[in-house]
Design a protein around this ligand. Structure first.
Ligand code: GLN
Length: 194
């Protein structure tokens, strides 16, 4: 089993470590592949789009020819987890896009970038995710302001949606790679196997 991690920008190493820990926990031997160029993703069984800066990420994905590959990967039903800027990129709509920002337009959601304001640039909160407590780390996080009917909401911060799922796609406004809790990485691996 191969888990691809988009490695153009952002917190890649943290996802590598979290994926390793999840594999150990699940006793699954797999390979972790950092994706920097085109032609690599097609041999992967799952993909993580890490946080970073969504405009930069989309620009680099287009430049490297990875953008269309990710769209194809998703359309084939392969599992993708988008975190923070990765969640922004998965969205079909963004309320406050940056100039020239291109989205993958895969998930039927509307995003608000940097939704928690300057005072709350980065913070932690224990939220109920899938009905269980999860320590969520937010860094200049986006929020999901609207969801289509096939989107499952998996977590909220107060009333704000911060975790969503639509078929093979998982989108998180917080960073599961920055805590010891590997539930989401485990889920992605599990999805890749079935
Ligand atoms: N605010 C960033 C963006 O919109 C995302 C921040 C992050 O990924 N930590 O691209």
């Amino acid at each position: 089993m191969r888990v691809g991690i988009l490695a153009l920008q952002g917190d890649v190493e943290e996802h590598v470590e979290a994926t390793k820990r999840a594999m150990e926990k699940k006793e699954i031997s797999g390979e972790i592949v950092k994706i920097k160029h085109s032609g690599v993703l097609k041999d992967c069984d799952a993909l993580i789009i890490p946080g970073g800066e969504s405009t930069t990420l989309s620009r680099l994905m287009i430049r490297e020819g990875i953008f269309e590959e990710v769209k194809k990967f998703a359309e084939e039903g392969k599992p993708i987890m988008g975190v923070c800027a990765g969640l922004v990129l998965l969205a079909k709509r963004c309320e406050n896009p940056q100039k020239n920002q291109k989205l993958l337009e895969l998930m039927d959601i509307t995003i608000r970038r940097n939704a928690f304001g300057r005072q709350r640039e980065s913070f932690e909160a224990v939220l109920e995710i899938d009905g269980k407590p999860y320590n969520c780390v937010f860094i200049r996080a986006p929020a999901v302001v609207d969801v289509g009917k096939n989107v499952k909401v998996r977590g909220r911060f107060n009333d704000v949606i911060v975790a969503v799922e639509e078929e093979n796609l998982i989108g998180l406004a917080f960073h599961p790679e920055l805590t010891e809790d590997t539930r989401f990485h485990e889920e992605l691996i599990q999805r890749a196997r079935t």
